[in-house]
Write a protein that binds this ligand. Structure first.
Ligand code: NAD
Length: 284
């Protein structure tokens, strides 16, 4: 088992920025890579926003801890430089198989032999990518949840070719960045999290689309009856409307109806959820 000291995150969008920030917040040097200067500028803004979120959610943390995190983050548009000394690369680029395969093909040529590669893909199986990594033994999925500093679970899932020691290295590393690791014994589309939450969110949407109840009332019943803080529509606002639109739009006929409803009533009106300030609820 090797020790992770330097981490590189590929893709600095919603999840990539959170993974990079969370890792740096816990004391690691992190390199963040994206495709161009515009994307890097957007990443810097996301990181600044995360300083505010961490300060609000960890009021007991030492003064300046969130701000100091920014000093451990470096930004790159050159892939070879970004991964030059990385022990672990976590990839969070768009959920498009061709983009991921192309990136791993380039990555395999420039990363040191020691580097472990991990994909944060939500729906693609790592076995669909492994042959493009040049190192299937050192490749696995590390699946983080949105708002990772609060929803701090990471699902650790290899392929049949992933070395057991690589799984162990990642299981040992995760708590060092404040995450609770959970090993999945064999490949499963959706891991544990989405295997449970996708049918749950769909059932909630069906109740509303079919006219049985209002979103806030569905949430109220779920919260009170189960003693939990969030209902399904609060979860959907956190996830953002694009993901359920894509997931349900690529399922069956009823799923496409739900996707159209999300598009007409929310996406087309700019109501993307928490990130845009309005979804099923409004946010300050
Ligand atoms: P996003 O669209 O917010 O960010 C993607 C980032 O990748 C952007 O900054 C983009 O510029 C960059 N990018 C595009 N092509 C690239 C390339 N070739 N090389 C490097 N960077 C490139 O996407 P996201 O929501 O952060 O999702 C990223 C991954 O994380 C996906 O695989 C997704 O399934 C997974 N994921 C997302 C969530 C979520 O709630 N959003 C949760 C868990 C996992």
């Amino acid at each position: 088992m090797s020790e992770i000291k330097k981490v590189t995150v590929l893709g600095t969008g919603v999840l990539g920025a959170q993974i990079a920030f969370q890792t740096a917040y816990n004391g690691f040097e992190v390199s963040a890579y994206d495709i161009n200067e515009q994307a890097i500028e957007a990443a810097r803004q996301r990181m600044a926003g995360l300083v505010t979120s961490y300060k609000a959610d960890f009021p007991e943390a030492p003064d300046g801890k969130a701000e100091d995190t920014l000093n451990r983050l470096s930004y790159f548009t050159d892939l070879a430089k970004a991964v030059a000394d990385a022990d672990l690369v976590i990839e969070a680029v768009p959920e498009v198989l061709e983009i991921k395969r192309d990136l791993y093909t380039r990555l395999s040529k420039v990363a040191p032999a020691k580097t472990i590669f991990a994909t944060n893909s939500s729906t693609l199986l790592p076995s669909a990518i492994k042959d493009f990594t040049g190192r299937p033994g050192k490749f696995l999925a590390l699946h983080f949840a949105n708002l990772i500093w609060k929803h701090n679970v990471v699902e650790v899932m290899g392929t049949t070719e992933t070395d057991a020691s690589v799984i162990e290295t990642c299981m040992t590393f995760a708590p060092k960045i404040g995450m609770v690791p959970v090993a999945i014994h064999k490949e499963k589309a959706g891991y544990i999290m989405n295997t449970l939450s996708v049918p749950f969110l769909r059932a909630a949407l069906e109740l509303v689309v079919d006219g049985y109840a209002e979103p806030a009332d569905v949430d109220k019943v779920w919260r009170i009856s189960n003693g939990v803080p969030y209902g399904p529509f609060q979860v959907l606002d956190i996830v953002g409307m694009n993901t359920p639109y894509n997931v349900f739009g690529h399922s069956d006929e009823k799923g496409r109806l739900i996707a159209d409803w999300i598009k007409q009533n929310y996406i087309d009106k700019g109501k993307l959820g928490l990130s845009s300030g309005e979804g099923f609820y409004t946010y300050p």
